[in-house]
Design a protein around this ligand. Structure first.
Ligand code: GLU
Length: 482
């Protein structure tokens, strides 16, 4: 293993979203590409919004995507615990250190006092921030305030007049003037650390070398660097990955459709399509190729090729990729993934027998070319389950009105009746010979057969449709339409 150590540090306040999944994937790919270590840590210090349910959802989604982790929640490791609420004594220890070295101080200001300060700053046209009222309290003041029952927060003493420069691996050099920051809270009055403090303590104690995360955290980075400096700790490298926009170029949100990985799984997207799609949200290998397996991504991924400009979430592209993987995957796998959708739609119930499974495999083979996700399968298979079918529209009805139709359907019925069994091979050879035997053009033969058997003018190959329906249904439908 190399010295590279990266982490995905989700806040369990909802399911894993596209953006989080992309951060996780980029970290994973970077670790795997570099022979490094990938860590998953749970940042649950927002007690009100965090839940175990969200944590489980996130971890399940990571596993579904195929992103395993070497250290962290559930798998353990030498730097645990990996859930922030279980690390409170660690933060307390480091907070005390900052307090003792003068980098942090106790602040007793009430909500009302802070609001009044904010108002006053705004009225003067200044940036609202904490101006450090409690920074130089003497012992006596502190005792008095504590005697009033006030419980302090800990604030970081931001030095004045400094510029912090980040050499971001994606964004290049970014500078921040720290004067605008104000002394920020590092531990709340209930003893819970804030994100900026906990993240630094964790990233340092877990030996993180590269922090790869969403661009929205770029503005937190100078605060975090100030904390590293106060401790005298080395600062990791940062890579802030661009926002994901919807097609209207506003930040991706629920308005743009499904945003969680779980929703895509439930719609029948394959994990490999999702991974392929997520990788291309901000990264590109440079060539024209767009299809990448996880293995290929692992080999080719580099932070240098992560784009600075925002990525656009293009559902058509995801559909195209998913369609590709549905067509490419082993038939058994696609069948196994499709079965729950058929069960849910009520097409099949109970245990699938081996015989039924063989039939389902043929069914999936016949329709999978038309699918962009597996939930769509239910729209394509109704014709195989229905006892009878009707021509679906005027066009289909007019096909059956052709004067040659009774002759065509009767000829096919005759051949099917006398055929020894009915598999694709047999169906193919019967169908192939029909036009010549009847002295008709292919269209005049196949189109009415298609409408008679499926009610539609388009659909899967007839040599697949016929064995799927089986002799009995085929003969009944031909008789009904003829
Ligand atoms: N818990 C933060 C989030 O979910 C992680 C930010 C970071 O990676 O530092 O946004």
């Amino acid at each position: 293993m190399s010295g590279v150590r990266v982490r995905f540090a989700p806040s369990p306040t909802g399911p894993l979203h596209i953006g989080g999944a992309r951060s996780a994937l980029f970290n994973w790919l970077f670790a795997r590409n570099q022979g490094g270590t990938f860590i998953v840590r749970i940042e649950d210090t927002d007690l009100e919004r965090s839940s175990r349910e969200s944590e489980e959802n996130i971890l399940a989604a990571l596993r579904w995507l195929g992103l395993d982790w070497d250290e962290g929640i559930e798998v353990g490791g030498p730097h645990g615990p990996y859930r922030q609420t279980e690390r409170l004594p660690i933060y307390q220890r480091y907070a005390r250190q900052l307090l003792e070295s003068g980098w942090a101080y106790r602040c007793y200001c009430t909500e009302e006092e802070l609001a009044a300060e904010r108002e006053a700053l705004l009225a003067r046209g200044e940036m609202p921030r904490y101006t450090g009222r409690c920074r130089y309290l003497c012992e006596e003041d502190r005792h008095r305030l504590e005697a009033e029952g006030r419980r302090p927060v800990l604030r970081f003493a931001v030095p004045s007049g400094e510029t912090i420069t980040v050499q971001d691996l994606v964004r290049g050099e970014v500078s921040f003037d720290v004067d605008g920051i104000g002394d920020f809270i590092i531990v709340k009055s209930d003893g819970i650390p804030t994100y900026n403090f906990a993240v630094v303590v964790d990233d340092h104690t877990m030996g993180i070398t590269h922090v790869i995360r969403a661009e929205e955290h770029l503005s937190n980075t100078p605060r975090q660097i100030l904390i590293y400096r106060a401790f005298g700790w080395p600062v990791p490298q940062f890579a802030h990955v661009s926002l994901i926009l919807g097609r209207d170029r506003t930040k991706m949100s629920k308005r743009h459709g499904a945003t969680s990985i779980e929703q895509y799984r439930e719609m029948g997207y394959l994990p490999e399509a999702m991974v392929n799609f997520l990788a291309l949200l901000g990264w590109s290998p440079g060539g024209e190729e767009e299809i990448f397996t996880l293995e290929e991504l692992k080999r080719q991924f580099s932070l240098e090729r992560v784009a600075k400009n925002p990525a656009v979430f293009d559902l058509d592209k995801l559909n195209w990729l998913n369609g590709h993987y549905i067509r490419q995957s082993p038939l058994e796998r696609v069948t196994d993934l499709a079965v729950p959708f058929l069960q849910k739609a009520g097409y099949i119930s109970g245990e699938v027998t081996p015989e039924q499974y063989q039939w389902l495999k043929q069914l999936v083979a016949a329709v999978r070319d038309y699918l962009t996700n597996l939930s769509e399968i239910t729209r394509h298979v109704d014709i195989f389950f229905a006892p009878e079918v009707e021509p679906e529209d005027e066009e289909a009805r007019s096909v059956l009105a052709g004067e040659q139709v009774p002759r065509v359907l009767a000829a096919l019925a005759e051949k099917i009746k006398s055929a020894d069994g009915l598999d694709e091979e047999i169906a193919r050879s019967i169908l192939k010979r029909l036009p010549r035997e009847l002295g008709l053009g292919a269209r005049k033969v196949y189109l009415p057969i298609r409408v008679a058997l499926t009610g539609r003018t388009h659909g899967p190959e007839l040599y697949q449709v016929i064995p799927l329906l089986g002799k009995e249904k085929v003969l009944a439908r031909l008789a009904r339409a003829g």
